[in-house]
Write a protein that binds this ligand. Structure first.
Ligand code: ADP
Ligand code: MG
Length: 648
């Protein structure tokens, strides 16, 4: 079953080639019990590592069941290590964090077949350890540990056991038991055993004794004649592995164990992710909240409105436009009203006034509007009534109060019918406006509304309008009406064609964009914080994972020795990185929700936490784990089994 031809192994020592195996020719048949003996440093372990597929020869041919090993890929040799070969090390190489039973089950996980659930128990019974299943390796003796590692080597019913000085670390009474076990495995189960020893006594138990000196076979003696091999057995080697649920479960639990045993380190690793995801959640909550409140306001204003503003700006008292010509006056409202598809007009002025009732007073904003305001702006009074066109024309001193003003100066009293003083003039309160809420820092209910003409002539003494709202019959005609409005205005005021438009129009989409832009500046800032933190967090994860990989190099070597493929090791460390970052992500999500809620409470910002933003944050943290965990995981997966096992 094993055929070596001219196997050489050369190490480079400080540039000098050092030939350790000098052309080994050897064949071993099924069912043999072979002892390899030789002085220390003669190359026994080197040979065993090559036989056990833990190391590669520098040159020569190695055939296992007629198949050349150097032609195989990683997953094929891994399969052979898991299924065909059992390796027993001098240093036992048990994983300290797993109990006896879990250590024995480990090769089953990498085999990828649904192994016998009781195989570990059965093998542990064969080595007389049924009563130690839940012990950790450091709770049992050296001889018992070596018996565990033999059970581990046997768990997948291998065809060959390689044992490199299995009794080297044991007192002689325990050595005897170990050799007995090998002898029994060989006789009763037909397992081929190749063991290295430098004790003649142990070698005497074998059927065949091969002596090695200086990397060459010195002698090869059989105590019993070579048995006739009935038929050539062969093995089939699958091309690749499938991931089993069992392997995934083991990966998860070993990741969790590793995270729990380094709690502080894991938490610090997660910090960047926590801050990043927290900022991301807060950013989305504030952004969505603002967007929603803006949309709500827009809806309450009606969608078919077109705002018209003068481009006239007064800067340090100097008119920047064309003087009075480019400002909107009451006459202009008439030409707007006559434009096709305009179904409503509301001219407005605004200013600041003092409102007094009894001994209470408040400074608030004044809005002079026309009677169509109530309908066009969805502002039918909460109670009381709106003023009429006639009242506007007659300069009636009537007013409607916003609910903040009512609360400030009337408390629980009904204001309708009462008289208040606005800038020292008596006004009758005819209604209370509907609640509109806050728009960013501005309280839209801190307002008093009076008829436009009353505001212009009596309160503000102005001849010009601040803005005009036009209601357009159909949203799709908005663009046409915008053009018509500007054209009509230019015509009336005889604006020379070369001059810029004297007025600006703004439809709902423009307004919404303007309002959103302030919010999105803040959102961008949080987004940058989130991005930087996620990158910093990712680098933190990468760093710790690299530390973790070098700390666990021996473990990686062992896992590979018992059949883990590159992909399995890659996956294991990738899963660990993802778990760390997802855990950080979950804490970050809670942190982000808490700070958003705090922001809403303290600063009265509108926030909205959507499930999709939580999902997105979750996805981001997993992505960070994958991206930054990949490099360390790949480093782990590329370690050669024997170099990893030798690592101290
Ligand atoms: P044995 O098991 O027979 O005692 P080994 O096979 O472990 O001997 O080692 C044989 C020789 O190879 C020793 O001289 C050792 O120093 C050398 N050797 C083993 N591994 C390496 C290595 N990775 N690099 C360089 N030399 C090595
Ligand atoms: Mg050795």
């Amino acid at each position: 079953m094993i055929e070596l031809k001219q196997i050489k192994k050369i190490y480079q020592m400080g540039g000098e080639p050092l030939e350790i195996l000098k052309g080994i020719d050897l064949s071993i048949d099924e069912g043999e019990f072979v002892a390899i003996i030789g002085p220390s440093g003669s190359g026994k372990s080197t040979l065993m590592h090559i036989l056990g597929l833990l190391d590669k020869p520098t040159s020569g041919s190695f055939k296992l069941f007629g198949k050349e090993i150097s032609d195989m890929n990683d997953s094929q040799t891994a399969y052979l290590r898991a299924k065909i070969i059992g390796f027993v090390f001098q240093q036992f190489n048990l994983l300290a964090k797993m109990n006896v039973r879990e250590n024995v089950e480990l090769p089953q996980i990498y085999l990828g077949e649904d192994g016998d659930a009781d195989a570990a128990k059965i093998r542990l019974a064969q080595v007389d350890l049924s009563d130690r299943l839940d012990h950790k390796p450091n709770q049992i003796s050296g001889g018992q540990q070596q018996r565990v590692s033999i059970a581990r080597a046997l768990v997948n019913n291998p065809k060959i056991i390689f044992a490199d000085e299995p009794t080297g670390n044991l007192p002689s009474n325990q050595s005897k038991e170990i050799i007995e076990i090998f002898r029994k495995m060989n006789r009763e189960q037909g397992i081929t055993v190749v063991l290295v020893t430098h004790s003649d006594e142990i070698a005497a138990a074998a059927d065949r004794k091969i002596t090695i000196r200086d990397g060459m076979i010195l002698s090869d003696e059989r105590r019993i004649p070579k048995a006739e091999i009935s038929g050539k057995e062969s093995v089939s080697v699958p091309q690749s592995f499938r991931l089993t649920w069992r392997e995934l479960k083991e990966n998860l639990s070993s990741s969790v164990t590793s995270i729990i045993s380094n709690k502080m380190r894991s938490l610090l690793t997660m910090l960047g992710i926590i801050i990043g995801v927290g900022a991301l959640i807060a950013m989305l909550a504030v952004g969505n909240g603002a967007q929603k409140s803006i949309e709500k306001q827009m809806a309450s204003m009606g969608t078919n409105l077109l705002g018209v503003m003068s481009n006239w700006r007064s800067k340090s008292g100097v008119s920047m436009g064309r003087g009075s010509v480019s400002r909107i006056n009451l006459d202009d409202l008439k030409i707007f009203r006559n434009i096709d598809n305009v179904t409503g007009v509301d001219g407005e002025v605004s200013g600041n006034v003092q409102v007094v009732y009894g001994n209470k007073n408040t400074n608030t904003s004044l809005n002079g509007v026309q009677y169509e305001y109530a309908r066009m702006r969805n502002s039918q009074p909460y109670y009381g009534r709106f003023f009429s066109e006639d009242e506007d024309n007659r300069l009636s001193k009537v007013c409607l109060l916003g609910q903040t003003v009512v609360a400030d100066i009337f408390g629980n009293e009904n204001p309708v019918g009462k008289t208040v003083k606005i800038n020292r003039k008596n006004f009758t309160v005819i209604g209370v406006l509907p609640k509109k809420g806050a728009q960013g820092p501005r309280d839209q209910d801190d307002v008093v509304i009076v008829p436009l003409n009353t505001a212009m002539r009596i309160l503000l003494g102005s001849r010009y309008l601040g803005s005009v709202w036009l209601e357009v019959s159909d949203y799709n005609l908005m663009g046409q009406v915008e053009k018509d409005v500007i054209a009509a205005y230019r015509k009336k005021h005889k604006t020379p064609p070369a001059n810029d438009d004297p007025i600006t129009t703004m439809n709902m989409a423009d307004m919404q964009a303007m309002m959103t832009s302030t919010v999105s500046t803040f959102g961008t800032l949080l987004g940058i914080i989130a991005g930087i933190s996620l990158i910093v967090g990712g680098i933190g994860i990468m760093n710790i994972m690299l530390v973790s990989v070098s700390e666990r190099t021996k473990e990686i070597g062992l896992r590979k020795a018992i059949g883990a493929t590159k992909r399995a090791v890659l996956l294991q460390f990738l899963i660990e990185a993802i778990i760390v970052s997802i855990l950080g992500g979950i804490i970050g999500i809670l942190f982000g929700i808490a700070s958003s809620v705090l922001l809403a409470k303290m600063a009265k910002w509108a926030i909205s936490i959507s499930p999709s933003s939580v999902m997105m944050a979750f996805g981001f943290s997993a992505m960070v784990g994958i991206i930054f965990g990949y490099l360390p995981a790949r480093k782990a997966s590329r370690l050669s089994p024997i170099e990893a096992l030798r690592y101290e």
